[in-house]
Write a new protein. Sequence first.
Length: 79
Amino acid sequence: MSWHQFIHSDPDVLLGKPVVKGTRISVDFILNLFATGWTKEQVLENYPNISADSLKAVFAFAAECISEEAFFIVPTKVA
């Protein structure tokens, strides 16, 4: 899926955070909803301006961003 038709960034909207086109709903907000246990159905019901394809685009965008970054595991001290 190409996320480009669903996600964009505008410096005048949420300080340039990536959002679902036509909304002020940011990609990170949607990802946080899922991280806290929301389902696809709950998101679509509560945010009718978001389509199922928009949700797929959010994950496609996030996956592309992560694949372009270098991540390092920081060791934690276990007590």
